[in-house]
Design a protein around this ligand. Sequence first.
Ligand SMILES: *Cc1c(COP(=O)(O)O)cnc(C)c1O
Length: 283
Amino acid sequence: MDKILFNDSIVQRDKLIDIEDRGYQFGDGIYEVIGVYDGNFFMLDEHLERLERSAKEIRLSFPYQKQQLKERLEKLVTVNQLKEGVIYLQITRGEAERWHHFPSDDTKPNLVAYTKLEETLMEEENNGAAAVLTEDIRWLRCDIKTLNLLPNVLAKQKAVEHDAVEAIFYRGDIITEASASNVFIVKNGEVYTHPANNYILNGITRRKVLALCMDLGIKVNEETYSVQDLLTADEVFVTATKLDVVPIIRVDQQSIGTGYPGKITQKIVEAFRASVQELVRSS
Ligand SMILES: *Cc1c(COP(=O)(O)O)cnc(C)c1O
């Protein structure tokens, strides 16, 4: 785990970033977390496409050939011999004297990527986990995966302090998503999740789950739903890279449905595992 990708080369992890890197000072940058299963990337193209989109939305130049970046990330996984885990990748607007406005055009972005061991949360996936509710105090461009994560940090800390796996955000009366995952509910055999607009980050795992539901013949409604809808849902689950699909069996003090992972959620968990198995087998 001792090598990192720094801009265009794989180097030792002791590389130092300048104190005037804009990521450090302003959170002025973007990131991705990409799942690795038995040494294979899960939906790498989708992650790199979203990265490129995030760059465009914050007007950060993206001076990388996606194919080349892909090859370097694959090399990083190989040299670090990562089996189960993630690649964390971030790009900042680079190093420059601290002024809020963009630095001069010759300032180069800083790209850093490293590998991290991470196991799938089997226990939570099998038995379900708790979540807490918290107000969504984020900005109105939650569709961009930016380094500005203070509201998410505060929300997740609240979850941890309540032995919960996630903090679910509500904006007004509407459930948006969770601090680092997307939220789904099941009502009368149909799945509901917030539409992919500026109020949520459109997860790659979310997209995979939508496709799996289609295959399974489960109707999905990309529609908003209320806090009350969540609390009275038959089933609730959250999705994110490496979290995969985790059933939520309690929200604050309220049991969800039977208080155990629901039938539809379990089907989706199974289908997701099968798609990971398929990836591993086909490699
Ligand atoms: C990254 C993230 C997700 C999950 O996205 P995946 O691509 O599935 O990992 C959900 N919500 C937020 C706020 C995120 O930052």
